[in-house]
Design a protein around this ligand. Structure first.
Ligand code: AKB
Length: 317
């Protein structure tokens, strides 16, 4: 694989930490510059402290390493964002515009900007939500992602900056923990099962949401970024589907391996967020344009999650 200099902003996060390792294995450790607001002591590779609200720092790092590709993964998510709405808006928008502007000014070739199913609201068809559904997000996170999608399209149309984007569903992996999202329960539940704890679920048992296994999420991101430019027809953000399930369905899947596992339901404000999100996603445009196809369903994901987490917790005792 040809080497190129890649910058990841938000490399300590749930997706960023796994994506960084995958990009290192494809392009080589010397080609991948990870960054975040603090250094994870276990990180192996090139790392720079970047607070993405600081445009000068982003410019400096792009020039220092002749960066050609940026993955901008830093954001405050749906649930945490509701604690401080204006702070969330300021932070998410400032970081995103800094990355787009620094990329334009320094002639970066390609930028990845993640969007989310949070851009949809109750005016969209919530079953098999179409690519071009009306967007009326209910959270500040969703509003900032919807604005970001339009900014991405603007930078592409006006300046030719090649920004590519996916509307991620909830992402589930054993390698890292999510933080501040409405879909986080679907990772936490596996940890509780393996630790023999009763799981307290903040969504009700029948709330179905779109989700995706980490390895599909990473593969989709890299496949989108590696696609020839003429295949990228959507310049806001692509709908992407993996699987859809409710807390009751994931619980029953886990119970096949942990028959004594117990769940309690104690819904909170995240229920209101989830009620306005799609239950399933129509991703045929991504399938047609750049060949997207998920590999994992609830059963295959659950078997890997339980096996890997069992290994992890066994090592700790
Ligand atoms: C969240 O729950 O906020 C995120 C998302 C779906 O974007 N995981």
């Amino acid at each position: 694989m040809q080497s190129k200099n890649i910058l990841i902003i938000g490399a300590n996060g749930q997706l960023g930490s796994v994506l960084t390792k995958e990009l290192q294995s494809i392009y080589g450790k010397e080609s991948v510059i990870a960054s975040d607001v603090f250094l994870d002591t276990e990180f192996d590779g090139i790392f720079e402290i970047i607070d993405a609200t600081d445009l000068d720092k982003i410019n400096k790092i792009i020039n220092k390493y002749s960066i050609k590709e940026i993955y901008h993964l830093a954001a405050i998510l749906s649930a945490k964002g509701e604690e401080k709405p204006l702070w969330t808006w300021d932070l998410n928008i400032k970081m995103m515009l800094n990355v787009f502007e620094a990329s334009r000014l320094n002639k970066v070739n390609k930028v990845f900007f993640p969007s989310s199913i949070a851009v949809f609201g109750d005016k969209a068809q919530l079953i098999n939500t179409p690519q071009s559904a009306f967007l009326n997000p209910s959270t500040v996170y969703g509003i900032s992602k919807a604005a970001g999608e339009n900014w991405a399209q603007y930078y592409f149309t006006k300046y030719g900056l090649d920004i590519r984007s996916i509307r991620y569903p909830g992402i589930i992996g054993y390698q890292s923990m999510p933080g501040g999202g409405t879909t986080d329960y679907a990772v936490d539940i596996y940890h509780s099962a393996v630790k023999n704890e009763i799981f307290s679920c903040f969504l009700d048992s029948e709330t179905k949401l779109p989700m995706m296994f980490m390895s599909d999420a990473i593969r989709s991101t890299i496949e989108l970024m590696q696609s020839p430019i003429e295949n990228i027809k959507i310049r806001t953000s692509y709908n992407l589907a993996g699987m859809s399930f409710s807390p009751n369905q994931i619980y029953n899947e886990i119970k096949k391996s942990y028959p004594d596992f117990k769940i309690e339901y104690e819904t909170d404000f995240r229920q209101t967020i989830a009620d306005k999100w799609p239950k399933s996603i129509d991703d045929k445009q991504a399938r047609n344009d750049w060949g997207w196809k998920p590999k994992f369903d609830l059963t295959s994901m659950t078997s890997i999650m339980l096996e890997k987490l069992k290994e992890k917790y066994n090592k700790q005792v």
